[in-house]
Design a protein around this ligand. Structure first.
Ligand code: FMN
Length: 179
């Protein structure tokens, strides 16, 4: 598929078919992440591939808005070593989005589950919950989880309405880019 079509047609899907993601596709998703740019090329990330049903079910309870992980055959937990980069959030975010775009190009769908800065309960952060569940060392921060699989829902591609030209300035903030 043409790259711009991938951008236009990728939509967040939160219900998946009961069908595994082929192993070669899982590797392609990780390769797409490894192709990400990163500050000073420090590559602070570490990815945890989860296909264990019990663990996926537990991850779906990490916070509100994670329940779609219960039907996903695959989740990639995106973490980064904050001691290696002060901009690990940016580095890990780009890698996560590479995974989403590559997934769509492979005929899969995905959605982003935000973990950083989110709560699991009143007492526990979503990050602590995921850290305990997957045994993640303290220096690795958990940014998000990308749920991946074959879609069980159909979403229309993005239309022209997302092109918010009023949010673009020319030469100076507030000066219209398009008349
Ligand atoms: C930083 C970030 C956090 C997000 N967190 C969640 C989340 O926790 N749960 C969820 O279902 N979707 C989450 N999403 C997906 C957005 O809801 C989705 O991308 C947005 O509604 C636009 O829809 P689209 O992806 O179909 O274009 C997140 C997306 C981003 C970029």
């Amino acid at each position: 598929m043409e790259f711009f079509e991938v951008l236009r047609r990728r939509r967040s899907v939160r219900r998946f078919q009961d069908r595994p993601v082929p192993e070669e596709f899982v590797e392609k998703l990780l390769e797409s992440a490894f192709l990400s740019p990163s500050s000073f090329n420090r590559r602070p990330w570490h990815f945890i591939v989860v296909d264990n049903k019990e663990k996926l079910k537990a991850l779906s309870k990490a916070k509100l808005g994670a329940s779609g992980l219960a039907t996903a055959p695959l989740a990639i937990v995106v973490t980064a070593d904050e001691s290696r980069s002060d901009v690990w959030i940016e580095d890990a975010s780009i890698a996560a989005e590479h995974i989403q775009l590559a997934a769509f190009d492979l005929g899969l769908s995905s959605f982003w589950v935000q973990i950083r800065n989110r709560m699991h309960s009143e007492e526990k952060t979503a990050e602590e919950y995921v850290r305990e569940l997957l045994n993640i060392p303290e220096n690795y921060r958990v940014l998000c989880i990308i749920g991946v699989g074959y879609p069980a829902e159909k979403k229309p591609p993005h239309g022209e309405d997302v092109f918010e030209w009023e949010k673009v300035s020319k030469n100076e903030f507030g000066m219209p880019f398009k008349a």
